[in-house]
Structures are given as C-alpha cells and as structure tokens.
Design a protein around this ligand. Sequence first.
Ligand SMILES: [Zn+2]
Length: 306
Amino acid sequence: MYLAGVPLVRALETAGMRTVAVGAESGTVKLLRLIGIMRPRVLACTPSYAEHLIERAPEVLGRPAADLGVEILLCAGEPGAGLPAVRRKLSEGWGGARVHDILGGVHGVINVSCDADEYQGMHVLGADHAVTTQLIDPATKERVRVTDGAVGERVKTALRWQAAPPFRYSVGDMYQVFTGPCACGRSGERIKVIGRVDDLLIVKGVKVYPGAVKDVAASFVPDLSGELRIVLDQPPPRVVPPLRVTVEAGPGTEPSRYEDLAAGFAAAMHQRLSIRPQVTVVAAGTLPRASHKTQLLEVTGPPAGA
Ligand SMILES: [Zn+2]
C-alpha cells in the first residue's frame, strides 16, 4: 500500500470515487471475504494476484470470482494485462470484466490502456506532469530516438513532483513506445512494458522476456494453470540451451496427459518465440504464488550431472 496503494487511493478519492483501501498484505482470505461483502465494481491489483484470487475464490467463498460483480480490473505492477492470453483468462475468470493495464501512481506518471479489442499499449495521461516515454539503450545508456515502435530502457523525469523528484531515473524496465494513432481514436503516445532490463534472456541469439513465455502458458488454460518458472543455471541474460521451463497442470488435468502437454507447450514456444525449451509439467498447486509480483525466473545453478 505504501508506494502503489496510497497514491492511487488518494487520486481515486480526489476524483470522487469511493475506495475500499485494502492491500494484498491483508491476505487472500480476508480480501476475498471483503470483496464478497463490499461488492466493489473495480479491483486494482497485480495481474498475478487477480489470477490467484480466481483460483482461491471457490474454496474461500464457495463461489467463483466470476460471480462477485467486479466489472473492471485495473492491473499494475507487472506485465500481464497487456498479454492477450492473460487478459482473456482474467476477463473470463472475473465474469467478463474489462481488463485495463495501468502504470504509475507516483511522480505524476499515469498511463492506462484503453478499450480497443487488441491491446494497444497504455495511453500516456499525465504528459504535463512527467516525461515518461524517454528511452535509452540498456547497454550503452545512449539515447534511443522515440519513433513508432521504438524499444529501450525507460527513464522518467517528474516535472512538478516536489518530494525528491526523479530526473532521467530508471527503475529498470524495458518499454516499447508507440506514436501512431490508436485503434480507439485517442491521440498521443502510448507505452508498453516489455519486461525488466535484468530479466532479458538470450537463447542462441534469440531475445525473450519471461512475460512472453507467460503469455504462451496462459493460452494453455485450463489444461495448464498458467503458472510457470523459468529455471536457469546462471543469472540472465545468457542461457545455455535448452531453456528449462516448468509449467503447472490445471486442477482437472490427468497426469497421463502431462507428456503431451509438455510437447505441445514446447511446440507453441518454438512457433511463437523461436525457442525450443525443455518443458516439465508439475501437478496443480505445486508452484508458490505471490501476493505482490511473481518472480518467473529461478536461478538454481547447473543441472545435476552437468
Ligand atoms: Zn487507445
């Protein structure tokens, strides 16, 4: 709540909205019970936590999240709402809720994705309060010219923030900036978070961010749960092939299907990301869930026998 929650709550209240200011640190059971009692129309949290609540609602409340009346999901803190398969999973799990990706809260930075059918990145809403689309090369720190589709490490500068304002400050995220017109008709720049600078993986020269692998996993729901870990022998970016990915079976998936699912997942990754991974399927509920940001990378050291 202290960083992402309080500024958002204050902003929403200033705009005339009634908020139920409960953070994920209260715990899943309490949060779900409060949603059941207070019936909010909007839920703001990380996309992985919104997924986690879908999983837990039947057990905690005796009914699915889809029945709780949430109409809008504001997802922030990590990529997810911008990934087509994750978006679909969240919307279906919450009963057809609209899913928006938001980024900001402090320093005058506020960016929100629109209603366009296909994700278009987040519209920059506070351009008079902060510069939020300036890009640099993560290796050389040289400026990257902002043209339509440009990719780089984002540095932000607050224009009006008075308490320790950031000046060309990076939190280590890679962004893509769009300058062309949006499908929704709104003008202005849009940005899309691609991943963390230090999460980039390079497998035989192919660059991939964990979020892209997460999107492949989400497209296998309900056969898979959508949860995954990328298991590395050494810290990123360099990966000695094959890339090892552990995915989790869906709650109703028979163990006899694990082998076929592993092969199907590997084929989908090859087709969509040009990487052939080594895939392990584990039983539903095996991978730990996080209430804040889920860490998809797990650095374990070299595999046994290597
Ligand atoms: Zn738009």
